[in-house]
Design a protein around this ligand. Structure first.
Ligand code: NCD
Length: 405
């Protein structure tokens, strides 16, 4: 089994590939962000809310941890990861799945010449799902095809979840980003729901403000070209109505958005603008003041090539750092997101911004655990059981029904 065995399937457009990863409407492998439709995003968001609320009580935790006690997950992460790895592990623990990891292929038989495809097939013999991150683009996709071929041959086959594949995709990050965005734009306040009139107050200040994602303005800043999280999230956001996306990055071909990506968004009706700084004016207003949500990213220095060093040195990167002054000019309800890790040396988001109510990035990372637990519950078909229990449970207990999307 090698990469070229899948070549003809890899060359197809994404929308033609998607049916290969699902059975009817039901997702089976998670390879591309575009597999998540708005209704799947809503469904998973509702499950995530139920899980997070049930997890507040011992009884709820006990219920959740029995659901998948009979299942096992393999975390095969050969590229560095903190949040994706740990939040998947925590998600497994919440649902009772036991998990094992391979992070360093030098501890596996790959050092004896075993191919990564044989490794993944072996994992599928012992485990019920393989969650993987690789620096090799399309490796997760190829593993999903391998699993499909095995199923076709009536052999054992398990779901593959792409936890980040090279520079191309990071679908579960996009899922948790969407979950965070939905929660931010529900303008809900969990702790004091009965008296909270924050949305009404905001509407006085911003009369056109609506709940939800439609009509919102998103800013993306940093390494637009090489960061996989921006691309995956933009795919999902482009499914909503009347969305604007403003991209702030150096105008260098290795860092600015690719023409394919721009075309894809324009074809989907997104209002796309590319600007060189947060102060550049759009319809005569500085871009930073127009944003409902700002998605910051780090510059992926590990991908720098020696031949680009001179060009990169000539760029004024200070334009791509957020400052408390810029944040003070943002809308009061705007959400600042970052997939993390942030680059402490570069400082695209200085820690002085962390206490600002607009800073959602730590909450976003925690949301990754709930969103991934919801995804696992869905893949193993226990999300309806969670809904039934939740409805019964909320009837018995007090006002827990506050987390709905
Ligand atoms: C990102 C990734 O690995 O693509 N991290 C993450 O999964 N949260 C972002 C990055 O590395 O810059």
């Amino acid at each position: 089994m090698e990469f070229y065995d899948f070549e003809s399937r890899l060359e197809r457009p994404v929308k033609v590939k998607i049916p290969d990863f699902q059975t009817g409407e039901r997702l089976n492998h998670i390879v591309f962000a575009d597999q998540f439709t708005t209704s799947t995003i809503d469904r998973l968001g509702r499950t995530a809310n139920r899980i997070r609320l049930l997890a507040k009580s011992t009884e709820g935790c006990r219920f959740l941890s029995e659901l998948l006690r009979h299942k096992r997950a393999m975390l095969y992460f050969t590229q560095p990861s903190t949040r994706t790895f740990l939040s998947f592990m925590a998600a497994c623990q919440i649902l009772g799945l036991s998990c094992t990891e391979v992070r360093d292929p030098s501890t596996s038989s790959e050092t004896k010449g075993e191919s990564p495809y044989d490794s993944v097939r072996m994992f599928s013999s012992y485990f019920d799902v393989v969650i993987m991150r690789s620096k090799v683009p399309q490796f997760a996709e190829c593993c999903a095809y391998m699993m499909n071929d095995l199923r076709q041959a009536s052999r054992r086959s398990v779901p593959i979840i792409n936890g980040g594949s090279g520079a191309d995709e990071h679908p579960t990050q996009a899922l948790l980003d969407m979950y965070t965005i939905h929660r931010a734009f529900s303008f809900h306040h969990e702790r004091n729901s009965s008296q909270w009139t924050w949305f009404d107050e905001l509407r006085e200040q911003y009369p056109g403000l609506r709940k939800g994602v439609d009509g919102k303005v998103f800013g993306f800043c940093g390494d637009i070209r090489r960061g996989r999280t921006i691309r995956s999230l933009a795919h999902l956001l482009s499914q909503y109505e009347d969305v604007s996306m403003y991209f702030v990055s150096p105008q260098h071909p290795k860092l600015a958005m690719s023409s394919e990506f721009r075309k894809l968004l324009l074809d989907r009706g997104v209002n796309v603008r590319e600007v060189a700084s947060f102060d550049e004016r759009i319809d005569d207003v500085p871009m930073i003041e127009l944003l409902d949500c700002l998605y910051m990213t780090r510059f992926q220095r590990e991908h720098n090539r020696p031949e680009d060093e001179a060009d990169f040195q000539a760029i004024d990167f200070s334009q791509f750092r957020l400052t408390p002054r810029l944040v003070a000019r943002m809308k009061s309800y705007a959400a600042i997101l970052h997939p993390f890790p942030r680059d402490a040396a570069f400082g695209e988001i200085p820690t002085t911004i962390d206490a600002d109510p607009r800073a959602h990035y730590f909450r976003q990372a925690r949301n990754g655990m709930w969103a991934r637990a919801a995804l696992l519950a869905y893949l193993f078909d226990v999300d309806a059981t969670i809904t039934d229990y939740y409805e019964q449970y909320t009837r018995q207990t007090s006002d827990y029904n506050v987390g709905a999307l």
